[in-house]
Design a protein around this ligand. Structure first.
Ligand code: ADP
Length: 548
């Protein structure tokens, strides 16, 4: 028997319409670096998104299913693109502005982007690539920047504001199949070519609803979220669409992502929530330790992308800011878990839950695959590779304009689950604790050592600013840990002291023998520790290694 319910497609168009009408007074505030930030209501942003859709179709000839790229910071215009492009049936393709040039070129060509919306300040990055981007027919420039960099460029150049000015604020939005492509994002390709994940209208709609659940980020119109996580990093974790559903105000840092301006915008604009990777919060902590600022408006912060050191959580607790751990990937839209402890616990009882990556929300099914192809119990002890499935989880990668979607065996199981490449345990009540990425785990004499556990323990030392641990080859054990450490200014701790400190919480056989001081831990394009680079530095003899 079929149901008797209406079959209304779940589309971004509906999110746009809802936000601009029901929550028309909510605001997007964009930091400008000047005395006053720029403020725009959801009603205005929605109207401008509609004008943009008209311009893209009528002036630039964008058709359904065409890929339209953005190379932009987090700002109101980028949100407009997020709403306009999918709603008209085209595909929003966010470009990671921190990728090396050759990867950006590869990605734009693979996606066959016809248009690039770019912030003026990023023209020095885009202009030199243009001769290698034959599919790009139009460039649309928004915000300050030197336009002369585009002199002689093959694509047609347009000014964002001029392009949308005077266009209709209505559009005959197509009634889209909810399974059509709405947006795409490429994984950063730490191994092999980048892989494109194509989100559907339905996946974005359902993911946005989950982001908004009280058990997840749980924000309302009374909140303002500081969206530090870039819009090119898995759709800013879903926030631009989720906020349009619930009227949560957005505070957008644009290109002012350094700790100083972030501290200033928090103190002045008083956001109640923020989202970013741990390295951002490490940097901000160092800043406010040196120059105190009031961060206490941020009742909650969603932190994810890599493991959150417990010491960081403790430090923010003292500032009245509660960090809430979340886990996800480009392939999972990204919300996969969030760590809100079960109800009714004391602060002390909550603590071990807060340290986990969190619980799976409705919509994300999980299982742990053991080494022999068996599935492991959720007993908090059996460690295996996490596999997930659900309506906002990728089932394949984009095959390019002429290719079929593909499902590499190391990423998808025969029965359609995503293999995350993350290793961990799940407690009987469904809380996930990741011990490592499969490729970062240290395999020492048949036993596994968690690099994350060593890093967290090291970063709990008061004189350690950052620490990254990688596996390096060892004649006797196969692999052993190498600890690379960034000390705080004026720190006096030596390696013996740090090793003794580790020995207080880590089994003796896991303690690193190899140590190196480094000025900074290398980071990936989205701000995670880049362990591949550290392993290469070690292999190339570039690190000054002490053996204890
Ligand atoms: P990349 O693979 O380039 O880092 P993603 O942003 O998709 O791109 O990264 C997803 C991975 O990031 C996950 O598979 C996991 O290893 C790691 N990750 C994300 N969130 C967390 C977290 N809260 N704790 C530990 N690792 C995390």
């Amino acid at each position: 028997m079929l149901s008797t319910m209406q079959d209304v497609p779940l589309t971004v168009t509906r999110i746009l319409h809802h936000g601009m009408t029901i929550h028309g007074r909510s605001r997007i505030t964009t930091w400008t670096g000047e005395a006053e930030p720029h403020r725009r209501s959801f009603a205005e942003a929605g109207a401008r998104a509609t004008q943009l859709a008209n311009a893209l179709r009528d002036e630039l000839g964008v058709n359904r299913s065409d890929a339209v790229a953005t190379l932009m910071w987090n700002n109101a215009e980028h949100v407009e693109a997020y709403l306009a492009i999918p709603s008209m049936g085209a595909v929003l393709h966010t470009l990671n502005l921190r990728l090396p040039a050759e990867q950006l070129v590869w990605i734009v060509n693979h996606a066959a982007d016809r248009v690039v919306l770019v912030n003026g300040s990023l023209l020095p990055l885009l202009a030199p690539l243009l001769p290698h981007l034959p599919t790009v027919e139009h460039i649309v420039v928004a915000g300050p920047g030197d336009r002369s960099l585009l002199d002689g460029a093959a694509p047609q150049v347009h000014e964002y504001e001029e392009l949308i000015a005077g266009r209709p604020t209505t559009f005959d939005w197509p009634e889209l199949d909810e399974r059509t492509a709405a947006a795409m994002c490429y994984t950063s390709g730490t191994t092999g070519d980048p892989k494109g994940v194509v989100y559907s209208h339905r996946s974005i709609y359902l993911h946005s609803m989950q982001v908004n659940m009280a058990e997840s980020m749980g924000l309302t119109e009374k909140d303002t979220t500081l969206v530090v996580v870039p819009q090119f990093h898995v759709n800013a974790w879903g926030l631009p669409h989720a906020t349009f559903m619930t009227g949560v105000n957005m505070l957008m840092p644009d290109r002012f992502l350094q700790p100083g301006p972030l501290a200033e915008m928090i103190e002045r604009e008083r956001p109640t929530h923020a989202a970013a990777v741990p390295t951002i919060w490490q940097g901000l902590l160092a800043e406010v330790t040196a120059h105190p600022r009031d961060l206490s408006s941020m009742a909650s912060v969603t932190i994810g992308g890599s493991a959150c050191p417990p010491s960081l959580m403790e430090a923010y607790d003292k500032l009245g800011v509660r960090l809430c751990h979340a886990w996800g990937m480009t392939e999972t839209s990204p919300l996969g878990t969030m760590s809100n402890p079960p109800a009714g616990l004391s602060a002390e009882e909550e603590w071990p839950y807060r340290l986990t990556q969190g619980r799976f929300p409705a919509g994300v099914e999980a299982r742990l695959a053991g080494p022999g192809g068996d599935f492991l119990p959720w007993d908090g002890e059996s460690a295996g590779e996490l596999e997930v499935r659900g309506p906002w989880i990728a089932g394949a990668y984009y095959g390019g304009a002429s290719g079929e979607p593909f499902r590499p065996e190391d990423k998808f199981t025969a029965d359609g689950w995503l293999k995350t490449g993350d290793v961990g345990v799940i407690s009987p009540d469904g809380f996930l604790t990741l011990t490592d990425r499969a490729k970062d785990v240290i395999k020492s004499g048949g036993e596994w050592i968690s690099s994350v556990e060593l890093e967290n323990a090291l970063m709990a030392h008061p004189e350690v600013a950052e620490a990254a641990v990688v596996a390096v080859p060892d004649d006797k054990w196969g692999e052993r840990p190498l600890a690379t450490v960034v000390l705080r200014e004026g720190a006096k701790a030596d390696f013996e002291t740090l090793r003794a400190f580790l020995a207080e919480s880590i089994a003796k056989w896991q303690l690193p023998e190899r140590w190196a001081l480094v000025p900074a831990v290398p980071k990936t394009s989205v701000g995670k520790f880049d362990k591949k680079v550290i392993r290469k530095q070690y292999a190339d003899g570039e690190l000054d290694v002490t053996h204890l």
